[in-house]
Design a protein around this ligand. Structure first.
Ligand SMILES: [Zn+2]
Length: 78
């Protein structure tokens, strides 16, 4: 990604960085991206080990609300 401010591909509005929080387990995590087709699990419904995913950065257009996602370790909480 360039250092220039990101622009919305739909309306050229300014894209603002954010993330999707996961509140499901008490502590709050940043949602992660996991490669491949989801596989069913008897115990957890879907196989996905905790901490396995790549943190998702979600950019939102402040003009039209369009969302654009990127998965990169730099989007982890810090
Ligand atoms: Zn837009």
């Amino acid at each position: 990604m360039t250092k220039e401010p990101m622009k919305c591909p739909k309306c050229s509005g300014a894209m603002v960085q954010g993330f999707i929080p996961d509140y499901s387990d008490g502590p709050i995590y940043v949602e992660g991206w996991i490669e491949g087709q989801p596989a069913k699990s008897f115990w957890t419904k879907t196989k996905a080990a905790k901490g396995e995913g790549i943190p998702i950065g979600a950019f939102r257009c402040e003009k039209c609300g369009f969302l654009e996602f990127y998965a990169d370790s730099k989007f982890a909480a810090r």
